[in-house]
Design a protein around this ligand. Structure first.
Ligand code: C2G
Length: 129
């Protein structure tokens, strides 16, 4: 049973997020997602359009996702990987290299970001209306 983990805000859920989750899930048998809380987004300098509760409900409805838990800070990944007995951490390649320090507890894979879609683009389009 190959267990995969990934993290993110997943605001205004879109096919770029879906493609990341699909490819991550297809690398194994089980996928956990660390979902950034609203408080952690403040630390990340991000303001999500949707509150955590809504973003959680959306991710829980995605067939590629087996577990969603709160991501509260940058430093919890190592503990999460051990707690959930993770084989592979998967992130989009905008994070290329950022999590290589975790390579002693799991493999780390960066997948190509899906082009021409982002939560920022969606939010800007929404705000213009
Ligand atoms: N993503 C993607 N293609 C896009 C947009 C996003 O592949 N067009 C990927 C990102 O690379 C990331 C995941 O989808 O792996 C979630 O994206 P965000 O919600 O923007 O995540 P981020 O704010 O980068 O948070 O501790 C890690 C952070 O929580 C990651």
């Amino acid at each position: 049973m190959k267990r995969i983990i990934t993290y993110g805000t997943f605001d205004t859920f879109h096919w770029g997020h879906m493609e990341l989750l699909r490819r991550a899930r297809e690398m194994g048998d089980w996928l956990a997602v660390g979902l950034s809380t609203d408080e952690f987004n403040t630390i990340k300098g991000k303001r999500a359009y949707l509150p955590y509760k809504r973003r959680l409900e959306i991710l829980q409805a995605i067939k590629y996702v087996d577990l969603v838990f709160a991501e509260n800070d940058w430093g919890q990944k190592r503990d999460d990987i051990i707690k959930y007995n993770i084989d592979t951490l998967v992130m989009g390649d905008d994070w290329q290299g950022h999590f290589d320090t975790l390579a002693d507890v799991c493999s780390v894979v960066y997948l190509t970001r899906t082009k021409d879609i982002s939560s920022t683009l969606i939010k800007h389009t929404l705000e213009k209306q």
